[in-house]
Design a protein around this ligand. Structure first.
Ligand code: OGA
Ligand code: MN
Length: 288
């Protein structure tokens, strides 16, 4: 089978043709997918009618699965999907859209801020693999920003300044930004900040990138307001349109991204329409 990649983003992101993800991949195909990720950081596969089991098998062939337990406000008995998935949908256990003011929905729309998956965990994510089962009639794109291109475009002084900075990441910080403070003591304990480097070197390409997310709410050793302004400026710089690819979903699309060198965000869509997107996630390595 011959695999073809075609760049679709400004400086990264490619569409892949010639792979059927419902079937097990050969070792050469696995290699080609990793090589494609190294080059493009975001890969888009169209027309992949995957079951949960097929999505899990494809994901496992590329690395070790992350479990989603405890990362959202869904209680375990409210899970719609097994914990090998992050349920990125707007649906409850009975496949009904959450009410507009449901706190699980309001917490989850923090995904509309730029972020990198699981940067709030001590071991953050490597790849995320998102598959569309149903999509709304309008809106709901997912946007990606290339943090390697952003790093390369920084001036030398800023590169020096950020080289050894350590940030604190928590879902508490990202939710504060959208005015969501409604967390119990147990949730605050569960979401307590973890530390991540602000500059990462990619293990296979050796290239540096900015490792940023809206979860970053502090810089170790800095006063908080100064850190927040600094991170906001960096975020604005890193998400300029010239670094952004916007994915418009069709049912059956599978999009995979490297969280170590990209950020992403969801875009709004009508709250009452179902949007069933299911994410499997591969664990990465600690940054410090
Ligand atoms: C995710 C995510 C955004 C979206 O799957 O990690 O942030 O558009 N998704 O659903
Ligand atoms: Mn995400």
């Amino acid at each position: 089978m011959s695999i073809k990649l075609r760049q679709v983003g400004p400086c990264f992101a490619a569409e892949v043709e010639g792979l059927d993800l419902t079937k097990p991949l050969s070792p050469d195909e696995v290699k080609a997918v990793h090589a494609g990720m190294d080059e493009y950081a975001v890969l888009v596969f169209h027309d992949q009618p995957l079951t949960d089991e097929q999505q899990l098998a494809f994901s496992r062939s590329l690395g070790e699965l992350e479990h989603s337990i405890g990362a959202s406000l869904r209680a375990p008995e409210e899970y719609r999907l097994p914990t090998t998935f992050a349920d990125v949908s707007n649906l409850d256990k009975n496949n009904q859209p959450f009410a507009r003011d449901d706190r699980r929905r309001l917490f989850a729309i923090g995904n509309r801020l730029w972020h990198s998956d699981s940067s709030f965990k001590p071991i953050p994510a490597m790849y995320s693999i998102l598959h569309a089962r149903s999509i709304p009639s309008t809106g709901g794109n997912t946007e990606f920003a290339d943090m390697r291109a952003a790093y390369d475009a920084l001036d030398e002084e800023t590169k020096k300044e950020i080289e050894d900075l350590i940030c604190e990441h928590s879902q508490i910080y990202s939710r504060q930004q959208i005015g969501f403070f409604d967390l119990t003591d147990e949730e605050r304990e569960r979401f307590k900040p973890v530390r991540q480097r602000l500059v990462r070197t990619h293990p296979s390409t050796g290239r540096k990138s900015v490792y940023l997310a809206s979860h970053a709410g502090a810089i170790v050793g800095w006063p908080v307001p100064e850190a927040r302004i600094f991170l906001r400026d960096l975020m604005d710089f890193a998400t300029q349109r010239e670094f952004v690819y916007s994915h418009r979903w069709s049912v059956g699309d599978l999009v995979m991204w490297d969280n170590r060198r990209t950020m992403h965000r969801g875009r709004p869509f009508p709250a009452q329409e179902p949007r069933d997107v299911r994410r499997t996630t591969l664990v990465g390595t600690p940054t410090i």
